[in-house]
Design a protein around this ligand. Structure first.
Ligand SMILES: NC(=O)c1ccc[n+]([C@@H]2O[C@H](COP(=O)([O-])OP(=O)(O)OC[C@H]3O[C@@H](n4cnc5c(N)ncnc54)[C@H](OP(=O)(O)O)[C@@H]3O)[C@@H](O)[C@H]2O)c1
Length: 294
């Protein structure tokens, strides 16, 4: 009987995995920093041993992209060193590690959707620390699957969709950059993809062809943050605010972000037979559920 550990389980992705718990294998152990700090090697090892964990899904991360510029050491501990600790623990206990990374490992100068094999060149502390986390896992010798995702949003925590709804209710004009292009990812869709991937853990065929690789996952389609914001405001039925397109120069932020970070999802779709919805479809679902709970 499988036993699955989900770390960082109070975050957006962790909460979305709780929502689809029935699709995950075996006994589920949802933990966040209060119960299990992923930086604590001995606590982690003991937890994994005691609970006979054979799948670790790491949703824990330092995700404050701008703040990371001022706290590079904390970001590195959580995003770079802790994944190495998780990987060592997975190797020592024969567990499969599923780890989440980011489109911010790219510099955004690419001319087409990024493939997993494309050159990485992060421009922010967050991107650099996440890339170092990937490398620590790849070098560990554990069984792993790394999924890079982008522009994650959900009903939970703080995210772009919830911020835009709040600002659109407070202001007449909401300025949003139109010169950064990517694809939103609904955390519920990523959670479903993770469930599909881990369902093949004991299949020798997938063990060979599916594991020890990096995948890209977002929803389908392409948009700018401005397009995304416009759709959010329309879907939320807010008629009092105008969404105004601005350039990144007009909207300076501490961390530099890729101008173009569309991810090519061909590999995960081919290997795991996934059909991924266009980004506008789950957005409607998410906003309906936010509207129903307000
Ligand atoms: N959010 C995005 O737009 C985005 C985009 C691309 C990739 N990703 C990646 O997707 C994954 C999930 O992101 P998310 O948005 O769900 O993140 P999130 O909402 O920030 O959740 C992360 C969770 O991890 C917890 N955590 C932090 N340090 C920990 C530690 N040492 N031990 C255990 N738990 C710890 C956090 O607790 P506290 O809140 O108390 O710190 C939080 O509950 C991350 O790997 C992230 O890098 C996110």
């Amino acid at each position: 009987m499988a036993s699955t550990l989900i770390t960082g389980a109070n975050g957006q992705l962790g909460r979305s995995l709780r929502e689809i718990a029935g699709k995950l294998p075996g006994t589920l152990h949802f933990t966040d920093i209060g119960e299990l700090d992923i930086c604590d090697k001995s606590a982690l090892n003991e937890y994994v041993k005691t609970n006979h964990i054979d799948i670790i899904i790491n949703c824990a991360a330092y995700t404050a992209v701008d703040k990371a510029e001022d706290e590079p050491e904390i970001a590195a501990m959580i995003n770079s060193r802790a994944p190495g600790i998780l990987a060592e623990t997975a190797r020592e206990n024969g567990a499969l590690l599923v780890h989440i990374s980011t489109d911010y490992v790219f510099d955004g100068k690419g001319p087409r959707p990024y493939k997993e094999s494309d050159r990485t060149s992060p421009t922010s502390v967050y991107g650099k620390t996440k890339l170092a986390g990937e490398k620590a896992i790849e070098e560990s010798g554990c069984r792993y699957i790394i999924i890079r995702t982008a522009w994650l949003y959900s009903e939970y925590g703080n995210n772009f969709a919830k911020t835009i709804i709040r600002l659109a209710k407070e202001r007449d004009v909401v300025s949003v950059v139109f010169d950064q292009t990517g694809t939103p990812t609904y955390a519920g869709d990523l959670a479903d993809a993770i469930a599909e991937v881990v369902s093949h853990k004991d299949d020798p065929e997938f063990h060979k062809k599916g594991e020890n690789r990096i995948y890209h996952f977002s929803n389908e389609g392409v948009c700018s943050w401005y397009d995304f914001a416009l759709e959010i405001v329309e879907r939320a039925g807010i008629k009092t605010a105008t969404v105004k397109p601005v350039t990144s120069d007009q909207f300076p932020s501490k961390a530099s972000r890729p101008a173009y970070s569309v991810l090519d999802k061909g590999q995960i779709k081919n290997i795991y037979g996934l059909t991924i919805p266009h980004w506008k479809i789950p957005l409607k679902k998410c906003i309906d559920s936010l509207n129903n709970n307000r």
